[in-house]
Design a protein around this ligand. Structure first.
Ligand code: ATP
Length: 362
């Protein structure tokens, strides 16, 4: 098996009722990568998947797989396979027959089917389970049968539409590692749709974050988390403290924002001009109790409202004026103290991101 690249160029999809679910989108997915499309319900993820698989054609723009134009080519003639949340295994067939199903339709003989199915069951760690019925398997095992069945037809691109959402949390986390391992072993391009940021961040080589029919950022998980490109991405992925303000200058390359809680500095990748309405974002784990230590700028006097011990972390919720801020402290050293009353909280310039005011997630 080998993966192929997928390219969307200027793609829009307007449904017959006039609703545009995807707007003028460019996307380059590399051959053999684990690529996730992450976004809230209704943002257009499934619409993109359906255009790649050929169930619908874009109303504008081009879809290409392996450099070949795909517009107008039906799903059966594309080098893709699809796995849904509802796996739709055939309940009366054995695991073996389920996996080999697509091969029979392609005229592969019985002995070759058996051999291929056995190889695939080994790939998904189900050796020896071929004679069972799907009902005799666990949820995670059924999931792996669905993966083996989809891979049986040797797709260059495997499309996965929220395939783990029916599983419980523990199994879901286990299956993330399994899917990633299967993807690495086969080299097939995986395009994974999810609204679960944990799934997208842990499995993917790169992630596209979508909102309202547009892709707002594409990049490795670390970039999406540490260097969000838009206020939506900053607040959809992970937790954030957000303050609004106005740019009043810069110092050592950092933007200075006048906020209701004083002047705060952060990373500004766009060179915002003075007077711009902007927002500053700081992750709770980048906040700290600043009493007497570190950079004297970026300090906020705040009153501790709540302190939750969460095993390895202590979550501190503080109030400054009308603003609530969250701090995630590691449960060691000073974090073990009972922080109460008025505290000075703070963060380093490099741990905050400044962006023009925009729409936030939720
Ligand atoms: P979810 O995670 O809930 O499946 P999604 O991000 O996959 O959401 P899509 O299924 O792509 O979103 O739908 C995007 C938007 O397009 C939604 O507002 C949806 O209501 C709309 N939509 C989807 N299919 C059609 C259709 N056949 N006709 C009209 N509108 C549609």
């Amino acid at each position: 098996m080998h993966g192929q690249d997928v390219a969307l160029k200027g793609v829009s999809m307007t449904y017959p009722n006039g609703f545009t679910a995807v707007h003028d989108t460019d996307l380059d997915i590399h051959a053999g990568e684990f690529f996730s499309i992450l976004g809230p319900s209704g943002c257009g993820k499934t619409t993109i998947l359906r255009m790649i698989s050929g169930f619908i054609d874009p109303t504008r723009g081009r879809v290409a797989i392996g450099g070949q134009e795909m517009n107008g080519i039906g799903p059966n003639r594309r080098p893709t396979a699809l796995i849904f949340q509802n796996l739709a295994l055939f309940p009366l067939m054995t695991v073996w027959e389920n996996v080999a199903f697509g091969l029979e339709a392609r005229g592969v003989g019985k002995a070759a089917r058996r051999k291929r199915a056995d190889e695939l069951l080994e790939l998904v760690a189900l050796t020896g389970q071929g004679d069972k019925k799907p009902t005799e398997l666990s949820g995670g095992q059924r999931q792996r049968v669905a993966v083996a069945r989809a891979l049986a037809v040797e797709p260059a691109v495997l499309l996965l539409d929220e395939p783990l959402s029916a599983l419980d949390l523990k199994l879901r986390q286990h299956m993330r590692a399994e899917l990633k391992a299967i993807q690495c072993k086969t080299g097939v391009t995986f395009i994974y749709i999810t609204h679960d940021q944990g799934e997208a961040l842990t499995m993917s080589d790169r992630v596209a974050v979508m909102n309202l029919g547009r892709i707002e950022q594409v990049g490795p998980a670390a970039d999406i988390y540490n260097a969000p490109a838009t206020p939506f991405v900053a607040t959809f992925v992970g937790e954030q403290n957000v303050l609004r303000g106005r740019v009043v200058g810069r110092e050592n390359g950092y933007a200075c924002l006048e906020t209701p809680l004083g002047r705060l500095f952060g990373v500004d990748n766009r060179g915002l001009s003075d007077g711009t309405d902007a927002m500053i974002f700081v992750r709770p784990e980048r906040m700290r109790i600043a009493n007497g230590t570190g950079d004297p700028a970026n300090r906020i006097e705040a009153e501790v409202e709540r302190r939750d011990l969460e095993g390895p972390f202590v979550n501190l919720f503080v109030r400054a004026g009308s603003h609530s801020l969250a701090l995630h402290l590691t449960n060691s050293g000073t974090a073990g103290q009972e922080f109460t009353g008025i505290q000075t909280v703070g963060f380093d310039h490099g741990d905050a991101v400044v962006m023009p005011t925009g729409e936030l997630a939720r």
